[in-house]
Design a protein around this ligand. Structure first.
Ligand code: ADP
Ligand code: ASP
Ligand code: MG
Length: 421
């Protein structure tokens, strides 16, 4: 007998019929003798609709009320799932975040889980019940409803799995695993059998939205093995594991030690909507970078790529960095406000860049991945505006109009295309 947390994303619970299909996966696990906790997202599109209503009500709304509204989508699906499971003869009860309780900090709209009290959940599991928990939400120290940021149900599921010491956390979604790149962009993308936490963390941070970044961080910290699999697989079909043995189909996100064949490049990611800002003629002296990025941090603007050059006269330098398009205007005004302290001659920028990244743990021991990436892009006539690297990834910023071409070209170049189709 295993203890399993299963999470269903928005498309998996988009209608009552789909909730029934999802519930059949739960039933299979219960019938096999496992203890199961279900975590659900809101119906596909629901959270966007709720966010739209909040903005329509007031652009300058209180973040506490934003959370009260947008958390409601998950409450609907949790109740419906519990009803459907009960109808199938499985004892089931729904839980909102505060009823578990899932304690978070008070950063409304982007709260972090601080602690989950597993007493109630453990009690239910031990008496054969299936708790169904609302993803995406928790409760603040002031007893207000909080939400964890978009895509946050993945994080709820992993945190619950860690709290109840689950053997596995299964993420049911609309793809049957983690692919070498977004299969919507490259139909010849291949499903990975296994991917390490570290690679998955890079992929998630770099734009592969199949798992929320924070969920992978938590899974890595608590060693929760994740299985990404499709809700649309026949729930009653024989379960075959990623390694071909009887088990469960999908992609296992696990410790690097569990992966025998380490790929040099495991995946390619694309993140759109990257704005680029350049400060020219910045005084080349200690404390300047701290002043620039301090001004941005004060406004809670997350900076991504950063490049600094020494200008020819040696006395001044240029700094270029990227921020999300949505933060561009805020970043420009923060820089303008810091003009007195920072001392620069000119600021310029543009929205709409695309960041393409090549990820793989094998890069640690193989030279030349970056240079071959640049060559593959040059062969397609694609100009690189910025480059950043880390131990297991190389990222470039390019014009958005070349984004999909670049992803496809690199996918082919690194031999990741499927042979069929
Ligand atoms: P859910 O609603 O189940 O949480 P998401 O839409 O958040 O689902 O995530 C699943 C989607 O992630 C897929 O439909 C796919 O388009 C996208 N995706 C992006 N990159 C990848 C990747 N490398 N592998 C698999 N899916 C990816
Ligand atoms: N419903 C939330 C969202 O759309 C959380 C999730 O689906 O993970 O962002
Ligand atoms: Mg998601």
């Amino acid at each position: 007998m295993a203890r399993i947390v299963v999470k269903f994303g928005g498309t998996s619970v988009a209608t009552v019929e789909r909730i029934r299909q999802a519930a059949r996966h739960v039933k299979r696990e219960v019938d096999a003798g496992h203890e199961v906790i279900v975590v659900v997202s809101a119906m596909a599109g629901k959270t966007n609709e709720l966010v739209g209503w909040v903005n329509e009500a007031s652009k300058l709304h209180d973040a506490r009320e934003y959370d009260a509204v947008v958390a409601s989508g998950e409450q609907v699906t949790a109740g419906l799932m519990a009803i459907v499971l009960s109808e199938m003869g499985i004892q089931s009860r729904s839980y909102a975040g505060w009823q578990v309780p899932i304690h978070t900090d008070d950063a409304h709209g982007a709260a972090r889980i601080v602690d989950i009290d597993a007493t109630e959940l453990n009690g239910r599991l031990e008496t054969g019940w299936v708790p169904v928990i609302t993803g995406f939400q928790g409760v603040s120290p002031n007893n207000r409803i909080t939400t964890l940021g978009r895509g946050g149900s993945d994080t709820s599921a992993v945190a619950v799995a860690a709290a109840v010491k689950a053997d596995r956390c299964d993420i049911y979604t609309d793809v049957d695993g983690v692919y070498t790149t977004d299969p919507r962009i490259v139909p010849r993308a291949q499903r990975l059998t296994k991917i390490s936490f570290e690679e998955m963390l890079e992929m998630a941070s770099l734009g592969a939205k199949v798992l929320m970044i924070r969920s992978v961080e938590l899974a890595m910290a608590h060693k929760v093995r994740l299985l990404v699999r499709s809700t649309f697989d026949d729930p009653d079909a024989e379960q075959i594991a990623p390694d071909g043995t009887p088990g469960v189909p999908g992609t296992l996100v696990c410790d690097e030690d569990e992966i025998m064949e380490k790929q040099i490049v495991s995946g390619i990611t694309l993140a759109r909507g990257e704005a680029k800002i350049t400060l020219r003629g910045v005084k080349d002296k200690p404390g300047v970078a701290a002043a620039v990025f301090g001004a941005l941090a004060d406004k809670s603007i997350v900076v991504d790529m950063i490049v600094q050059n020494i200008s020819e006269d040696g006395g001044t330098t240029d700094i270029t960095f990227t921020v999300p398009d949505a933060e561009y205007d805020k970043a420009m005004s923060a820089i303008d406000g810091a003009r007195e302290v920072v001392e620069f001659s000119k600021v310029s920028g543009s929205k709409g860049g695309a960041k393409i990244s090549v990820v793989g743990v094998g890069m640690r021991s193989h030279a030349g991945v970056a240079s071959s990436m640049f060559k593959a892009l040059a062969d397609k006539g694609i100009n690189i505006q910025l480059i950043t690297t880390s131990e297991i990834k190389t990222s470039v910023l390019i014009d958005d109009s070349y984004a999909e071409l670049a992803v496809r070209a690199l996918h082919t170049y690194y031999g990741l295309d499927t042979k069929s189709s």
